[in-house]
Each structure stands twice: as structure tokens, then as C-alpha cells.
Design a protein around this ligand. Structure first.
Ligand code: RB5
Length: 185
């Protein structure tokens, strides 16, 4: 599998070990930095990994920061990415089977290297189940488009429920410009 990996300073030490671990498992690993444990801002490293996965250059992404939380928040903003902080093999398995997680974020400060290795093994081995989960994941991915359009057209409108892309666009445009006059038949 082609894997893009990065960390911040808090995840640097584990990142170095995890790169070696993943290569040892036979994966093609692209290390997107950093090269030292000097203090950095985690979004600067989350986004290149997220882009590599979203563009298809990498099959999966791995990010390590202090908690895994900041990396998840940043990476998940990138369209096409489903990123989450994972701290157990059980959640890694479910996040793959039910949510088709494509970027995993790990804690370098609160989870041991050994535990993170087990989590990664499961993340890379478990397959998405599809079926009813595919419908739900598709609804999540629709948000990449609809939320962008809604914010741009009507920043103060909060949708009551998520609906189809076309309905979202119509509602946002109506809210900004008023309802479109339908020609009399
Ligand atoms: C850095 O101190 C820390 O905030 C970062 O590694 C991460 O845990 C953020 O979510």
C-alpha cells in the first residue's frame, strides 16, 4: 500500500519508528516530514498528507501529533478525506469497516509505540464493508460540497437537516436572493 505519513514535534519520535515499522511490513512509505523535533504547527503537516490521499497519490494517510486530535481536525477539512483520532485497535477496525477512514491520526504522547503499531496494522488490514455504510459515508462526503456552497452563498443560514446537494444549493440561494419567481404556466 502507498502510505503518506507526517507528524508535528510531539509525534516526531514515534513517526520515525512508525516509518520503519510500515516499511518493514512491505508498504511504500512517503515521509512528508518534519525532519526534526523542532516545534512546528500540525496543520502544516496534516494538509500535505490529506492532499496526497485526496488526490490518490497515496492510498492511506498517517498523522501523529500529541493527542491525534489537532491532526484529525485539520486533515478532515480537506475534501475527500475522512480523518479521525484513533486510540485502540477496535476503533481502527470499526473506522475502516463502517466509516472507510482513509487518514488515521495517532497520539504520540498518550499512546505507546507498541499500541500505535497494533492500531496501524489493523487500520491497514481492515476493509470497508460497504452496503448500508456506503450510503452513510456518501452523505458525509456530500458535505464537502454542500457546506462550502452554503457558507459562500448564505453564511448565516444553518440547515435544519442535511438534504441533497441540489436542495442545499437552492435553499442557500433562496436565503441570499429570495425565492426565484417561477414563470406562470
Ligand atoms: C502540541 O503541543 C500539541 O498541541 C499537538 O501535538 C496536538 O496534540 C494537537 O492536537
Amino acid at each position: 500500500m502507498r502510505i503518506a505519513i507526517a507528524s508535528d514535534h510531539a509525534g516526531f519520535e514515534q513517526k520515525q519508528q512508525l516509518v520503519a515499522f510500515l516499511k518493514g511490513l512491505g508498504h511504500e512509505v512517503r515521509d512528508l516530514g518534519p525532519d526534526s523535533d523542532e516545534r512546528v504547527d500540525y496543520p502544516d503537516y496534516a494538509v500535505p498528507v490529506a492532499h496526497a490521499v485526496a488526490s490518490g497519490e497515496a492510498d492511506r494517510g498517517v498523522l501523529i501529533c500529541g493527542t491525534g486530535i489537532g491532526m484529525a481536525l485539520a486533515a478532515d477539512k480537506v475534501a475527500g478525506v475522512r480523518a479521525c483520532a484513533i486510540t485502540s485497535p477496535e476503533f481502527a477496525d470499526l473506522a475502516r469497516r463502517h466509516n472507510d477512514l482513509n487518514v488515521i491520526t495517532l497520539s504520540g504522547r498518550f499512546v505507546s509505540l507498541d499500541a500505535n503499531e497494533r492500531i496501524l496494522k489493523v487500520f491497514l488490514a481492515s476493509e470497508f464493508e460497504g452496503g448500508r455504510h456506503a450510503r452513510r459515508v456518501a452523505k458525509i462526503m456530500e458535505l464537502d460540497q454542500t457546506e462550502k456552497v452554503r457558507k459562500a452563498a448564505a453564511p448565516n443560514v444553518t440547515p435544519i437537516r442535511q438534504s441533497s446537494l441540489a436542495e442545499q444549493i437552492d435553499a442557500a440561494l433562496d436565503a441570499k436572493f429570495g425565492p426565484v419567481q417561477k414563470p406562470a404556466k
